[in-house]
Design a protein. Structure first.
Length: 215
């Protein structure tokens, strides 16, 4: 057996999808081989650009920032829960998926919504966890949760109730995952390492899954 790494991250570019009213990344050349003997880019972007990870500090002023988490927080076993076709992800689906399984470090919600990345539909009625599901997840001993949609709260709700409940538990939230359809197993190893930014409320990540395959 060998391991195949599957990339679950969107590419950061100046033309990428961003949350409404957020700034798009700016990428500019600051050095070139012709002028300086080497190429170098300068990247300016939000900590929530593309596939990214939220820390409790994002919502809670006294919450943990990403840089003080142990590095092991961002790696572990993940359970992929197939939520395709669901507009609301209920507690029962999660309970049934966890039935007779050891609680993993991560729950990854596969909705298929990344299909609409780069279109306005991506932010239109995307799948959400119910309040009961959020309250249930918040009681689990997880490192974090991830979803292939733009947020855990509706676009038109300003106080972010689901974020508040989940992040109060101390674990991290990954948003804008993609290609969860390429994972051929419910249980995988998952990594979502953030940049080590001082007092970071969030960070872009290179989220990946490690899959077993036959040689």
């Amino acid at each position: 057996m060998s391991k195949k790494i599957t990339d679950l991250s969107h590419t950061i570019s100046e033309y990428m999808t961003v949350y409404p009213n957020s700034e798009k990344p700016v990428i500019r050349n600051v050095a070139s081989i012709e002028k300086h003997g080497y190429n170098e880019l300068c990247l300016t972007c939000s900590t929530h650009a593309g596939t990214h990870i939220d820390a409790p500090f994002h919502i809670h002023g006294k919450g943990k920032t990403l840089d003080i988490y142990d590095i092991n927080t961002f790696f572990g076993k993940a359970l992929v829960i197939d939520c395709t076709g669901y507009s609301i992800i209920e507690r029962k689906l999660i309970e049934d998926s966890l039935s007779k399984k050891e609680i993993p470090q991560f729950l990854l919600f596969y909705t298929g919504w990344d299909l609409y990345w780069s279109s306005l539909k991506y932010f239109d009625n995307y799948p959400l966890l119910s309040k009961e599901a959020v309250e249930y997840i918040a009681q689990l001993p997880l490192n974090g949760v991830g979803i292939d949609a733009p947020s855990y709260d509706p676009l038109d709700i300003a106080d972010f109730p689901n974020h508040k409940i989940l992040l109060k538990s101390g674990f991290v939230l990954v948003e804008n995952l993609c290609k969860l359809n390429l994972i051929n197993s419910e249980e995988v190893l998952f990594a979502c390492f953030p940049l080590k930014i001082n007092r970071a409320d969030a960070s872009p990540v290179r989220a990946v899954a490690f899959l077993q395959r036959q040689k």
